[in-house]
Ligand binder design. Sequence first.
Ligand SMILES: Cc1ncc(COP(=O)(O)O)c(C=O)c1O
Length: 389
Amino acid sequence: MPDFSRKIGALAGSSTVAISDRARQLQQQGVNVVNLGGGDPDFDTPAHIADAGVKAIRSGQTHYVASQGIPALRQAVAEKLLRENGLSYDPAKEIIATASGKLALYIALESLLDPDDEVLYLEPAWVSYRPLITLVGGRPVAVPLSPSENFAVRAEQLEKKVTPRTKAILINSPNNPTGRVLTEQELQAIRDVAVKHDLWVVGDEIYEHLVYDEHRHVSIATLPDMRERTVVVNGMSKAYAMTGWRLGYLAAPAALTEQILKVQQHVVTCATSFGQVAAAAALQGSQDCVETMRQEYDRRRRRISEALNAIPGVRCPLPEGAFYLFPEIDYKGYDSWQLAEYLISEAHVAVTPGQAFGESARKNIRLTYATSMENLTEAVERIKRALAL
Ligand SMILES: Cc1ncc(COP(=O)(O)O)c(C=O)c1O
C-alpha cells in the first residue's frame, strides 16, 4: 500500500469523540452509562428556528447558494454583531456564513498561515485547535495557563512564546474546557501583544451567550486597533441548540474575507441552504429561547459544582461561562487519563480527561452540564461512590 500523509498520520484523533464512542460501545453492551463527555445541548432546536428550516426545504430552497452565504443571513449576522457586540461589519464584504464554527476556524487559519507559521493558543484549550493549526501546515504553540491562578492570562506569558515565525493568536472566551471568561484586562494584554508584534487574532466566541453571574462577554475585535487584525468566529451550535445543523459564521476585514472565501468556495461551496434560513430566523427572532436555556445551564452549574465540591478530594471552581465543569480531583495520585478511565469503567460515567486540553490540567476532568439534571445528579452520586473506594 502506498504511504499515507505523514502530517495526518501524526495527528491524534479527537479525544472527545473517542470518549463518546467508548460510552456508546458500553451502552450497546447494555451498560447504563451517563455520558458527560461531549458538548451537545440536550435541548432541541427551538421550534420557530426548526420551522423556518423546514419551510425553506418545502419551498425548494435546497440548491447551492452564494458561497459567502445567503444575503438574509449575512445581514442578520451583521445586525447581531452590531446589536450584541458593538461591531460594525459590511455584510457584502466582511461576513461569511459557513458550515459550522469548526469550519470557520479551519478556513480562517488556512487563509492566514504559511507553512511553519506559529499560532499561539492558550492552554487548556479545546481539543481541535492544535490539530486544526497542524492540518493547515502551521505550528501550534501552547501558552500554558495555571489552574492555581484560575487560568489567568498575562502579557508576559504570551510574550515568552513569540518568535519571528509567530503569525496569530487563537483565543476562546468563554472557554472550553475551563469556563473562564476573559476579563477586559486579559483581553487588553492579548491585544497589546498582538499589536506590538503585528499578529492576527482569531477569536472563537461560540459560547458568548453562555455567561453567568457578573461575567460579560467582550469581543476582542472591539479593542483599539483590533478590528483590522481580528477574525471573529461564531456559530449557531451552542446558543441555539443547533449542533446538527452545522452552521457557523465569521467576520473579518474585507481583504482577508476575500481570501477566506476562496477556501470556502473550494472546500464546501456554501453552507447548507435551508440551514442558513433557519440561522437567520434564530438571529432575528426573539432571543428568549437562548435566555431560557442559559438559565437552566446556570441552575445545573450551581447545583452540580456544589455537589462535586462536597466530595472529598474534589475541587470544582464555579464556571464563569460555557457549559462545562472542570474539577481538579485528587485520587490515589491518578492523572486525568487514569481518572477518566477509572470513572468510565468503575462508575460508568464518561468524562473527558483534562490532559486532552493541555498538560497543565493533569488532575482535571471535564464534565458537560448540557445534559439533564437527572443525569447530572446520577453522575455525581456514582463519582462520589467510585472516589470513596
Ligand atoms: C471552543 C469551541 N469552538 C468551536 C466549536 C465548534 O462548534 P461547531 O463546529 O458545532 O460550530 C466547539 C464545539 O464543541 C467548541 O467547543
